[in-house]
Design a protein around this ligand. Structure first.
Ligand SMILES: Nc1ncnc2c1ncn2[C@@H]1O[C@H](COP(=O)(O)OP(=O)(O)OP(=O)(O)O)[C@@H](O)[C@H]1O
Ligand SMILES: [Mg+2]
Length: 241
């Protein structure tokens, strides 16, 4: 489980996240919603250990990560994976090499094992025929799928998707959402989806946490979210419909 306690994150004088308390239960999807600039990506990067908070605690399973040394933090990060907002493929590597990269970096698998795993994971995202393609030859949706295959190749326990469907057309968005649900069912994952895509939110139907004006203003199940009477939630729902 990921547990966040009284978290404050800021840059210089500016506080971006204020007194965040949040629990992300294991083997479930939690969707973090909120308007552009509300601090969703900052929260994600703080959970990943990329930003140090001003104060507060973040527990990943039994370990509090905010004051860990770099090497200890790296150990914890082995369990976590992230799908970045801009797929972040390496342009000079082909699809196979991009997906295999985390395995090469970990130096734990043989060449034969790597080949097998890359093929398996590319099959899972429906791209087994694109092994030798370069990123420049792929559509936005295909890039996202390659990035997904790369994000899951080391079988993380936790996966954070930052705006997985933003910038994709509705049909491709739907495919990516379905793929996220498929991965959730194929592996024992605890997933965090950061999004303001109502279509994605309504298909995932997970737990929801809403960020607004530096704070968490709602936590609950999807049904509670869409039926909430809180003006700030209603405003978000009307705007994103
Ligand atoms: N490294 C940084 N240094 C200083 N300010 C930052 C940094 N990263 C983010 N911010 C500020 O923090 C605020 C929240 O940004 P963040 O990227 O978390 O928003 P977001 O909710 O992810 O928005 P979007 O939906 O557009 O991705 C913004 O005001 C942004 O300018
Ligand atoms: Mg963002």
């Amino acid at each position: 489980m990921i547990k966040i306690e009284n978290l404050n994150v800021g840059f210089g004088e500016k506080l971006i996240l204020e007194n965040i308390n949040l629990q992300l239960p294991n083997n479930q999807i939690t969707t973090i919603v909120g308007q552009s600039g509300s601090g969703k990506s900052v929260l994600m990067k703080t959970i990943e250990g990329l930003y140090k908070p001003n104060s507060g605690k973040i527990w990943i399973d039994d370990t509090e990560i905010t004051k860990l040394s770099k090497s200890k933090l790296n150990q914890i990060r082995q369990k976590m994976s992230m799908l970045f907002q801009e797929s972040a493929l390496l342009d000079s590597l082909n699809v196979f090499q991009n997906v295999a990269l985390p395995l090469y970096e970990a130096k734990q698998k043989t060449e034969i094992e790597i080949e097998k795993l890359v093929r398996e994971n590319l099959r899972l995202v429906g791209l087994e025929t694109a092994l030798n393609n370069m990123p420049a030859e792929l559509s936005g949706g295909m890039k996202k799928r390659v990035a997904l295959a790369r994000a899951i190749i080391r079988q993380p326990r936790y996966i954070i998707y930052d705006e997985p469907t933003t910038g994709l057309d509705p049909i491709i968005s739907d495919e990516i959402t379905k793929l996220i649900l498929k991965l959730q069912n194929s592996y024992q994952l605890t997933s965090i989806i950061i999004t303001h895509d109502m279509d994605c939110i309504s298909k995932v139907k997970g737990n929801i946490a809403m960020l607004h004006d530096r704070k968490i203003v709602f936590t609950g199940k999807y049904d509670e979210f869409i039926n909430s009477n809180k003006p700030i939630v209603r405003k978000f729902l009307q705007k994103e419909e």
